[in-house]
Design a protein around this ligand. Sequence first.
Ligand code: GDD
Ligand code: GTP
Length: 425
Amino acid sequence: TTKAVVLVGGPSRGTRFRPLSLDVPKPLFDVAGHPIIEHCFRALAKVPEIKEVFIVGYYEEHVFRDWIKDASKAFPNISIKYLREYEALGTAGGLYHFRDVILKGNPDRFFVLNADVCCSFPLLEMLKLFEEKDAEAVILGTRVSNDAASNFGCIVSDAHTKRVLHYVEKPESHISNLINCGVYLFSTESIFPSIKSAIKRRTERPRLLSYPSSENLESTFAAEREDEGEKNEVIRLEQDILADLADSRQFFVLETKDFWRQIKTAGSAVPANALYLIKAFQNQSEELAAPSATILPPVFIHPTAKVDPTAKLGPHVSIGPRANIGPGVRIKESIVLEDAEIRHDACILYSIIGWGSKVGAWARVEGTPTPITSHNTSIIKNGVKVQSITILGKECGVANEVRVQNCICLPNKELKRDVSNEVIM
Ligand code: GDD
Ligand code: GTP
């Protein structure tokens, strides 16, 4: 049998998802009408042999309770449990800590999914490769631009055999543009011993830290984490396990040509929303709004939302529960969250409108388009780095006729004059 683990992290993480993570834990944030984590479960539920899925993280017990209740009804064939780490144990530390629960019933293998990625999760193809190769591990990989690659785990593979030859987490210099998607399939027989020997190595010979260049913000965070890691005995799949697997084991990569994005910054919820809506449209999902002169597909409108027939929506728009969209409104490439109100003739482009926020008549809230293949949600404007997506936190107000451009606005702010390229605190 096969089980699965979804890694969700905890409240000290997801800081780049602010201000949205101030009001909802990132895995439960809605994109394309469903919590981020639910998109993982939709894929897991399509693998018949998966009967049990664990959500592993260090959020408090109650955080996932309601969602698990609903999901257990929506996915009746899988049992879903939350396993809480007493502190951040790292991506492999959590697996090891809960090994007895995972190993119960002697599963041969299990999937591990990072909750914060958006992709088509080709799990059946991964299983097929796993069996064909009699693998100990299969990792999902995707090609990104050379510039973007060093923000991810990089894989060097043999094109013919698909064997992973080298794995380096967020390398300083370029080694490959085939990167780790954060989706793995491991044989239970080999992964737990690997983690165990990594722990043993760590105790015998504390790891040397290498500090990355200060320009690379992402790696600076990684270095900070390694600091924390040394104190807390954090064990990471990426730094402590995968490189070893590549050296000596049956480790293979399935390269997906399908869509893939990481969901880190709050702004990255907008491309993730677009990609999942496109997928739903291709699958002719009944959930989507019917195309018309004013609905440019794909668009998701929650059944309890009110949308005036003269409002023009899409493409790539999600409207949350009880949101109210007035006459003459234009919304494109955006997420409008529950109870938000958009008054007549307002325009919302490349933005996220927070829960209960109000946008006045003839106001404009807009971000700047970035290519859908770009793995970066910041852009340079007037020499400063700003977010390409405009975000209004919970219960913000934008007055009539005001223009808000490339701004991040913390919860409960009233915007009464035009603002651009700012973080409004
Ligand atoms: N349970 C638990 N405990 N989960 C954790 C912990 C932990 O201590 N630390 C991180 N996670 C979860 C995060 O919530 C996320 O879903 C996933 O594990 C990976 O998060 P990070 O450790 O922050 O790594 P990353 O996102 O910067 O990079 C990883 O994902 C990339 C793909 O999105 C790496 O695996 C990269 O190699 C990969 O390219
Ligand atoms: P993610 O979206 O989960 O990657 O969060 P983030 O990368 O936006 O968070 P960030 O890197 O800003 O980390 C926030 C704080 O949590 C920092 O002080 C980190 O040092 C700390 N942190 C991140 N990961 C870990 C971990 O695995 N263990 C511990 N103890 N602290 C961590």
